[in-house]
Design a protein around this ligand. Structure first.
Ligand code: AHG
Ligand code: MN
Ligand code: MN
Length: 337
């Protein structure tokens, strides 16, 4: 079993391996503390008055839950003063949050989905936080939130770190700095994250798939074909029986795949074609794709490697197919056929 704390892991990545800078180490520690604070708020549930609707909509026209808003505020407050960031962007904010002039500016950009799986908050099912870190291009215009958006429009291959926290029976932090994937478990008594798994590897083969089957009639032909073949099991061309799981929290579905393999799909469908997909590229698809690839898995839109998409909008949506390599390769191949 791996040992040590998040602080120790990050120190080794910085000091011994030279994989991360001191500022990136600090940034990840701050994000981890924000995730602890979110975990504590979630754990209070009704007793903390954190459940239910916020009474507002976000930029994507989705009704915000109180915890969407609270988690966003926790991440903003934790990160704006440290001097490690140039700007932040979030699912819950139309425009980037530039660093107030009273604080020093750093070289990194932080993007987050503060609370993923909002539909599961009030039913006490696992939810999470997803984050992605980019370097701010030299000379980027950060004079206004509007101008700052351009600095964020970088492909996922440019990420220097990505991770998610899952708030489940235990709170976990799953992280990559481009040196494999590591898992930390929150020690609630001592208030820090402890390394509990390193070198996470997603098995190349699987018998488990995750998709929202209620969208079936809207899918494109390659997805129809692949899911039909899985449902045929041993009687079909794939020659094995599959099981289906759909938590409807991307963090929880991806974490299951990190743990025992599987394929997760939120493909393009005809009712959302003009939007480009359901999941957001910059703070859902890209960080998850970086983690999945670092764990030996694959992540595509069906037509393209997710990490190579050149974004043109901060809140851009994309189809997402990720997980066990051989299954993702199969359905990606069906798109090309
Ligand atoms: P969010 O709560 O951040 O808006 O994200 C929800 C996403 C993702 O977590 C999940 O995989 C998917 O939406 C669930 O969609 P369905 O409700 O269509 O199942
Ligand atoms: Mn989400
Ligand atoms: Mn969210």
């Amino acid at each position: 079993m791996a040992q040590g704390t998040l602080a120790r892991y990050l120190t080794e990545e910085q000091r011994d391996k030279g994989v991360i800078t001191a500022d990136l180490k600090f940034l990840i520690e701050i994000v981890s503390r924000a995730c602890q604070a979110i975990s504590i708020a979630i754990g209070k549930g009704s007793l903390g008055g954190v459940l239910g609707e916020a009474g507002s909509d976000n930029v994507q026209g989705e009704a915000q839950k109180k915890l969407d808003v609270l988690s966003n505020e926790i991440l903003l407050d934790a990160n704006e003063w440290g001097g490690h960031l140039a700007a932040m962007a979030s699912e819950e904010m139309d425009l980037p949050h530039t660093i107030p002039h009273r604080y020093p500016q750093g070289e990194y950009l932080l993007l987050f989905d503060p609370l993923d799986g909002s539909s599961n908050i009030d039913v006490n099912v696992s939810i999470g936080t997803i984050f992605s870190v980019l370097k701010c291009p030299e000379g980027a215009d950060l004079s206004s939130p509007e101008a700052a958006e351009a600095a964020f429009l970088q492909p996922g291959t440019a990420q220097v770190a990505a991770g998610y926290a899952v708030y489940g029976p235990t709170t976990l932090l799953v992280l990559t700095v481009g040196d494999g994937v590591v898992v930390f478990t929150l020690d609630r008594e001592h208030g820090h994250f402890v390394l509990t798994q390193d070198n996470v590897q997603i098995p190349a083969d699987t018998k488990e798939f995750a998709i929202n089957l209620s969208n079936q009639r809207f899918w494109e032909a390659p997805v129809q074909r692949y899911v039909a073949e899985m449902q045929q099991g041993t009687a079909g061309p794939l020659g094995k029986d599959y099981n289906m799981r759909w938590v409807a929290s991307m963090v929880a579905d991806v974490h299951r795949i990190m743990t025992r393999g599987g394929i997760f799909m939120y493909p393009l469908d005809s009712k959302m074609k003009d939007k480009g997909g359901k999941l957001r590229l910059m703070y859902e698809a890209n960080p998850m794709a970086f983690l999945v690839e670092q764990a030996g898995g694959t992540a595509t839109t069906g037509r393209q490697r997710i990490l190579e998409i050149m974004p043109n909008q901060l809140h851009q949506r994309v189809p997402v197919i990720l997980g066990s390599k051989n299954e993702v390769d199969r359905i990606t191949g069906y798109h090309a056929a």
